[in-house]
Write a protein that binds this ligand. Structure first.
Ligand code: BG6
Length: 507
């Protein structure tokens, strides 16, 4: 029997994801950092576990810490053992760490890139073919531009023999100007198709499913507009606090940390027009149109459409936790927000007049990410004596992965009594499998060169264009954000931005 892998004639139809990505070396800058340990290394291990890594694959870590290959391999092993979503199989893990190497050096220093180039050339020699090169920038954002420029300077940003791509973590700038400037520096060295700006929410199965539900079914699209939809509510509640990231978070705040990227992406998925094809450019062009249609917030009216909050002491999951300003490394006089609620308008034919509510916060009652679409009430209620709530379609992104539709049904028995019931589609039950981590999908796509689930230059700039007026309005005021007890649903003042008849869902 032949052991050769046969590629089916209809490989494209059954999905290229059946094929392993091309042989590659992945270089992680910031290899000893938190993101690498918690997310990237475990994701790579899980890909190895499933046989989804390229046939020839190598991982090279780059960081400032002086380290030898062996010491870094031990760190990789420890990170996988601690953070992998499945208990590691010792044989797979042994084989995986065999392909790990390390280059130490500062991200701005020429020596580091000379050593890296030598290491990459040696790997090509070893495997007997030019490997595709994926540079993953998981460093502090101040280094993103520098690393790309250094790759260019040392001849590492492009080559004829194989593909070179650069994955850039968030945050991509902290203001519109910074994002524009970073794009300029990056695109001075690389072509847009080489750049993969990460937003890990795009790698979540449930986020992609939003597109499948909307555009592969006839059920939703006819009602997906201002004639039938009353409001849209997007919530990303978190029960966690700072998780040791005060240095980053106190400069960022909730708006930059979650709204500028993840929540605007969810809004785009919900509001975009059907793309012609599920391809990187078709999809991203439609998202950019939505972002550009969001009316810029008038700083004079900021109080009507935006609320900032900050958690005080309280209890989450039965455990007492300190307030934000009592967290280690947070300055006492900090005015950073840990909660944001916004009301945005998408000025298009489809959405004019429909409020899009967005809300996120740390140290809320529980972790919950969902999008709730509330339909308008029926125009005439024939069943007198029944107060019927409007239909609501809820896309639960996490931790429960399901879609539910709330509707009215008759209570069995004489008379016509109505009660809300729920139609539920649960991922776990329907597919009997657990979803892969977002990073597994995104790393694979970057190795394949598929940028559909990554943010394009104009898209990230359009996201900042929505955020900038809000940031500027807030900068003008030095008031502390509205306080909410840790473990609650956020500040009471969030009600202020609701239109008459609308209400926040419980977290
Ligand atoms: C990150 C933010 O981008 O997303 C974190 O920096 C946040 O502050 C995290 O906790 C939430 O991601 P997820 O996948 O747990 O919803």
């Amino acid at each position: 029997m032949s052991t050769e892998t046969t590629i089916p004639d209809d490989a494209l139809a059954v999905g290229l994801d059946q094929l392993p990505p091309p042989s590659s070396v992945l270089v992680i800058f910031g290899a000893t950092g938190d993101l690498a340990r918690r997310k990237l290394l475990p994701a790579l291990y899980n890909l190895a576990h499933e046989g989804s890594l390229p046939e020839r694959f190598a991982l090279v870590g780059v960081a400032r810490t002086e380290n030898a290959d062996a010491a870094y391999r031990a760190e990789v092993r420890a990170a996988v053992e601690r953070f992998s979503r499945r208990p590691p199989d010792p044989t797979v893990l042994d084989a995986f760490v065999q392909n790990v190497g390390y280059v130490s050096g500062g991200f701005a220093e020429d020596d580091a890139y000379v050593a890296l180039a030598q290491r990459l050339d040696a790997l090509d020699q070893e495997v007997g073919q030019p490997l595709n090169r994926i540079f993953y920038l998981s460093t502090a954002p101040t280094f993103f531009g520098t690393i790309v420029e250094q790759l260019g300077k040392h001849g590492l940003s492009d080559r004829d023999e194989s593909d070179v791509r650069v994955v850039i973590e968030k945050p991509f700038g902290t203001t519109q100007d910074e994002a524009n400037e970073l794009n300029r520096r990056v695109l001075d060295v690389l072509r847009e198709e080489q750049v993969f700006r990460i937003d890990h929410y795009l790698g979540k199965e449930t986020v992609q499913n939003l597109l499948a539900l909307r555009f592969a079914n006839g059920l939703f699209e006819p009602i997906w507009n201002r004639n039938h939809i009353q409001s849209v509510q997007i919530t990303a509640g978190e029960s966690v606090g700072l998780e040791g990231r005060a240095g980053y978070y106190d400069h960022a705040g909730a708006l930059r940390d979650l709204v500028q990227n993840h929540l605007l992406q969810l809004l785009c998925h919900l509001a975009m027009e059907p793309p012609t094809a599920f391809s990187a450019d078709d999809l991203r062009t439609e998202k950019v149109k939505v972002l550009r249609a969001i009316s810029p917030i008038d700083p004079e009216r900021i109080e009507e459409v935006a609320v900032r909050g900050r958690y005080g002491p309280g209890a989450v999951g039965g455990e007492d936790v300190p307030g934000y300003t009592d967290e280690p490394d947070v300055p006492e006089d900090s005015t950073t927000e840990t909660f944001v609620a916004l009301r945005l308008d998408v000025q298009t034919w489809r959405w004019a007049g429909v409020p899009f509510y967005i809300r996120t916060g740390k140290r809320l009652r529980r972790k919950l990410t969902e999008i709730a679409v509330t339909l308008k009430p029926v125009p005439h209620m024939a069943f007198q004596g029944n107060a019927v709530e409007p239909n609501q379609i809820v896309f639960s992104i996490q931790p429960d992965e399901h879609v539910s539709i709330k509707m009215a049904a008759k209570v069995p028995g004489s008379g016509m009594h109505l009660r809300p019931v729920t139609l539920d589609f649960s991922y776990g039950t329907a597919f009997l499998s657990t979803s892969p981590e977002a990073y597994e999908r995104l790393i694979t796509d970057a190795m394949r060169g598929d940028a559909t689930l990554f943010t394009r230059a104009d898209e990230v700039e359009a996201q900042w264009a929505v955020m900038d007026p809000i940031l500027r309005a807030w900068e003008g005021s030095h008031a502390a954000p509205d306080e909410y007890p840790a473990g609650s649903d956020g500040p009471k003042t969030q009600r202020r931005i609701l239109m008459p008849g609308d209400r926040w869902r419980a977290i």
